[in-house]
Unconditional design. Structure first.
Length: 455
């Protein structure tokens, strides 16, 4: 790649734009940071085109607080540059282009506070692991394919979220070390198998545990995880679980249990999972459920994710109106008859139906009465006048970010919205429609949210 230098004159021009794109520049003049508004830019700056970084620029960048700096184009890092970046005030620092890191550089980066990306590293010395274990924040090391027992013991002391998805297996000693990982989350999605004793040890982690690479789980391993104290347990690689395992897992993941790989669920397993407390239960892989399974899952007291379901029977709909707490996600459902919508509107939790592309007047009237905090209908591209009027009467939060057209009458109905909040993507709407709604946004700040089209 030919050299393309970022000078202070060019930087001033780019920084005058709302979202400066600096990714094409390979070199950075030392005076850019100090003599332009570069230093005052608080948002994320993507500098992943840089192939080198001087000590002076690194020192200047490190001194300036920012949300994010991306230096993924750097394939090597001198100890001096690492020292300046490590002591800097960058909340997020990305160095994924590095394939190796000296022990001295690791010691400097270990002083960084915030999110640190080092996914290009394929190996880590024991000394480097010890240094990085002192890092405070989220640490990404997904490129590591193996760890010595000493390195695993050091990293287990890291006090933030730790990503180690490149590891495919763990030694007995490494497993035992990671049970001391008491804070943050532990991502081990590359691990494809665990013996029962290892699972029992890992279940003692008090942070969240992600083991999405596991394709099967014994009843004994499930029992161990069920006794765990982790906040979230993610096992999305499982395609089936026994009824015994489902009973055990229902007690795990106090904050959230994710089993999105399950394509089917027995009625006994559904009954066990339906007895969970207030945590979230994610079963997005299910494409169908029997009426009995729906009735039992509907008893779940926390948030329930069933985004893989495309259709619901009358009995299933009736079961889900008993889902009185938490939120209900049914974003895969593409159509609902009026009676079904009326039943679902009786849910007292938030309701997400983003798969609906159209809504009858009667259905809109029912959903307008939905008692949950949030109603999300982001799949609707347009609203009839009657539908807009009925939804406009809703008192909670209403999401309509998929709208691309509205009649003047429908626009005026939404402009009168008096609920907690109405979320729209104004950039998707015709200019005249957006102007009417924008004036409402200005009159009632906080009630309306104009969401950017790229979010």
């Amino acid at each position: 790649m030919a050299e393309k230098r970022l000078t202070k004159e060019i930087a001033k021009h780019f920084l005058a734009t709302r979202h400066p794109d600096l990714t094409s520049f390979t070199e950075l003049d030392d005076d850019v940071v100090e003599e332009t508004a570069f230093w005052a830019f608080k948002g994320g700056l993507d500098l992943n085109g840089l192939t080198s970084l001087s000590e002076a620029s690194a020192e200047a960048l490190g001194r300036r607080g920012s949300l994010y700096r991306n230096f993924d184009g750097l394939t090597s890092l001198s100890d001096a540059v690492a020292a300046n970046l490590g002591k800097g005030e960058m909340y997020e620092l990305s160095l994924n282009g590095l394939a190796e890191l000296s022990d001295v550089a690791a010691a400097s980066l270990g002083k960084h506070k915030g999110t640190l990306w080092l996914n290009g590293l394929t190996s880590l010395s024991d000394a480097a692991a010890e240094s990085l274990s002192k890092h405070k924040g989220t640490l990404w090391l997904n490129g590591l394919t193996s760890l010595s027992d000493a390195a695993a013991e050091s990293l287990s002391k890291h006090k933030g979220t730790l990503w180690l998805n490149g590891l495919t297996s763990l030694s007995d000693a490494a497993v035992w070390s990671f049970i001391t990982h008491r804070r943050g989350s532990l991502y081990l999605n590359g691990v494809t198998s665990l013996w029962d004793a290892a699972t029992e040890s890992l279940s003692q982690c008090t942070g969240s545990l992600y083991l999405n690479g596991l394709a099967e789980l014994s009843d004994a391993a499930a029992e161990s995880l069920g006794k765990g104290r982790m906040g979230e347990l993610s096992l999305n690689g499982l395609t089936s679980v026994s009824d015994v395992a489902a009973e055990s897992l229902s007690k795990s993941g106090k904050e959230k249990l994710s089993l999105n790989g399950l394509a089917e669920l027995s009625e006994v397993a559904a009954a066990s999972l339906g007895k969970r407390g207030m945590g979230e239960l994610s079963l997005n892989g299910l494409t169908s459920v029997s009426d009995v399974a729906a009735e039992r899952l509907g008893q779940c007291k926390g948030t329930l994710y069933l985004n893989g379901l495309a259709h619901l029977s009358d009995a299933a709909v009736w079961s889900f109106i008993t889902h009185r707490r938490g939120s209900l996600y049914l974003n895969g459902v593409t159509s609902l008859w009026d009676a079904a919508t009326e039943s679902l509107s009786q849910c007292t939790g938030s309701l997400y139906l983003n798969g609906l592309a159209e809504l009858s007047d009667a259905a809109a009237e029912s959903l307008g009465k939905c008692g949950g905090d949030r109603l999300s209908l982001n799949g609707l591209p347009s609203l009839s006048n009657a539908v807009a009027e009925r939804l406009g009467n809703r008192r909670g939060v209403l999401y309509l970010n998929g709208l691309t057209s509205l009649s003047d009458s429908a626009t005026r109905s939404l402009a009168k919205f008096e609920g907690v909040r109405l979320s729209l993507t104004l950039e998707k709407l015709p200019a005249s429609t957006a102007d009417i709604l924008r004036r409402s946004f200005q009159r009632f700040p906080g009630r309306f949210v104009g969401k950017p089209a790229n979010e």
